[in-house]
Design a protein around this ligand. Structure first.
Ligand SMILES: *[C@@H]1O[C@H](CO)[C@@H](O)[C@H](O)[C@H]1NC(C)=O
Ligand SMILES: *[C@@H]1O[C@H](CO)[C@@H](O)[C@H](O)[C@H]1NC(C)=O
Ligand SMILES: *[C@@H]1O[C@H](CO)[C@@H](O)[C@H](O)[C@H]1NC(C)=O
Length: 512
């Protein structure tokens, strides 16, 4: 049997004998130290357990693997509740092989989309021998419901290509590629009631992106100005705006509005609200830039204005060996998108093209903005009513000049000789009643770091080697079911052998 990739972790908190303690589950792990209480799951002949979906109210973890989907017990992942197999037909397999792909790897079905549609169904998609296909998965009898739907634009063709997806109110938002070659990047929305809404195929919209994460930020039901909910995407792409020898990578944050319906003439069936900005994580004093975003976690709060975005970054020049955690507050993100200057493509001498700030007057309504009450008063009740001038402008100027800067203007945490691949964050209330952010970061060598934001600085308080064979951690999920936050903190402290008073002084035995 092939060795399993042991790269997907679910952190959970269990109540055992009246005291809280950390339990870590790994999917398909070969060997691990016992004191961590690691529970493993794998099934002979099944590989690539790569997609996880936690359903805390049902107390289950759904796992998308190669040619199979599992439902496991969340509290003990070695308990399998259900399984459904999903193989590729002979026909599809042959077509895939004829196109030059490998029978043993490429031409199989890698489950990459697992999303909750409603109480009774999941929406699932697989690469399906480089011909993505989606199905409804009935939770009642854990079976795939037909007919199969075209998965193009929802799921990648290539199982190893970067990819992100999020389900928002029954609509599937994806960041993937639209063709067999993987050369046509796309950010799209799929829903039953409308046709696919997508990005324009142009390097100024998306230029060889590596998608990392996407999620919705709700405006709140009682938004005074009738603003729309927004879906944010995070990715690293090849810069169009800088002149550089070779490919210069740039971390990006992009967003679209949930209510976008595309344009009437210009941008028909395309986003009218797609805008993107540079996500800065750098040490200006050392002139060092972390230009690759590897993962993002959004710490949501009841009021979106207090939401914090955490990202883990490395540098394109891997030999530097540095990783960083940067944090961004949602209000500054909103400011960039709602007030930022646009960039414009300028042709400078010969064939060099670069982008410069657009300084002239922009059309109204503001290009790329969501529809709000102010627009509605002017009889613009949907993107279909936006004037061509606004639409043409945003089509040509999707890039904002103003970057999104990190809180404190620099990384919260920098580590040497470590490459962070994943991040998850939990906000906990300590005994002093203050809130602290506990950051979990996974590395490319199977190590998990636990760090605490304290006095604006991050202290790494624990380092756990989870995987002996040094494989990268590819998924990190945090479960907080039924947890009293106060209790966790207590346990965190006792685990570190620190007392409350010790912790409140900055000179404690916190590592690093
Ligand atoms: C998980 O379930 C298995 C099989 O039922 C059992 O042997 C094991 O002790 C359980 N582990 C924990 C931590 O509950
Ligand atoms: C699937 O798993 C095998 C090893 O178990 C690994 O070599 C391969 O890269 C994985 N494929 C993908 C697409 O993740
Ligand atoms: C909006 O439409 C209504 C009805 O069609 C019309 O009476 C009104 O003048 C319009 N308002 C604006 C600002 O165009």
């Amino acid at each position: 049997m092939e060795t399993c990739t042991l790269s997907h972790l679910l952190l959970a908190l269990n109540l055992i004998h009246g005291c809280w303690h950390w339990t870590m589950f790994k999917i398909c792990v070969s060997c691990l130290s016992t004191e961590l209480n690691l529970v493993e799951f794998s099934e002979p002949g099944i590989f690539n357990y790569s997609t996880l979906l936690l359903s805390e109210d049902k107390d289950v973890l759904y796992v998308g693997a190669r040619e199979a989907i599992f439902e496991l017990s969340m509290t003990n992942v070695s308990i399998k509740n259900n399984k459904v197999q999903w193989k590729v037909s002979e026909n599809h397999m042959t077509m895939c092989i004829v196109k030059g792909k490998s029978k043993e790897t490429d031409c199989l079905n890698y489950i990459r989309v697992l999303q909750v549609l409603d109480d009774k169904r999941l929406y699932v998609c697989g690469t399906h021998a480089f011909q993505p296909v989606c199905h409804y998965l009935s939770l009642k009898d854990f079976s795939l419901e037909g007919p199969a739907e075209d998965g193009r634009g929802k799921c990648s063709f290539d199982p190893s290509q970067s990819f992100t997806t999020v389900m928002v109110d029954g609509e599937l938002y994806s960041g993937t590629s639209y063709n067999f070659l993987g050369s046509e990047p796309i950010i799209s929305r799929y829903s039953l009631s409308q046709s696919l809404l997508r990005t324009e195929y142009s390097t100024s919209w998306l230029n060889e992106p590596s998608f990392v994460f996407a999620d919705v930020i709700r405006e709140g039901k009682n938004s005074a100005d009738g603003e729309d909910d927004k879906i944010y995407y995070f990715f690293t792409e090849v810069s169009v705006e800088y002149e550089f020898f070779g490919k210069l990578l740039i971390p990006r944050i992009a967003r679209v509005c949930k209510g976008d319906l595309g344009g009437q003439r210009t941008l028909q069936k395309k986003w009218t609200s797609f805008l993107k900005a540079k996500l800065v994580c750098s040490m200006p004093e050392l002139n060092f830039v972390f230009n690759v975003v590897n993962d993002v976690f959004i710490l949501k709060t009841a009021d979106w204005k207090e939401t914090v975005i955490y990202g883990v970054f490395t540098s394109q020049w891997g030999n530097v060996g540095l990783s960083a955690v940067c944090a961004y507050d949602m209000l500054s993100v909103e400011n960039v998108f709602s007030k930022g200057k646009y960039m414009q493509k300028a042709t400078v001498e010969q064939s060099h093209t670069k982008w410069v700030r657009y300084n002239r007057i922009t059309p109204t309504p503001r290009p790329g903005a969501c529809i709000n009450n102010h627009n509605r008063l002017q009889n613009i009740s949907s993107s279909l009513h936006l004037p061509d001038k606004t639409l043409q402008f945003v089509k040509d100027h999707p890039l904002l000049e103003d970057p999104v800067l990190p809180i404190g203007n620099g990384p919260k945490l920098i580590t040497k000789d470590v490459s962070y691949t994943q991040i998850a964050v939990e906000r906990v209330q300590a005994l002093d009643n203050n809130l602290y952010d506990v950051i979990f970061t996974g590395t490319d060598k199977g190590i998990l770091h636990k760090s605490v934001v304290y006095d604006g600085l991050v202290h790494t308080v624990e380092e756990i080697q989870l995987l002996h064979n040094s494989e990268p951690i590819k998924t990190l999920l945090l479960s907080s079911q039924g947890v009293s936050q106060r209790e966790i903190w207590k346990e965190t402290l006792s685990h570190l052998c620190l007392t409350e008073s010790e912790f409140s002084s900055p000179v404690t035995t916190l590592k690093q």
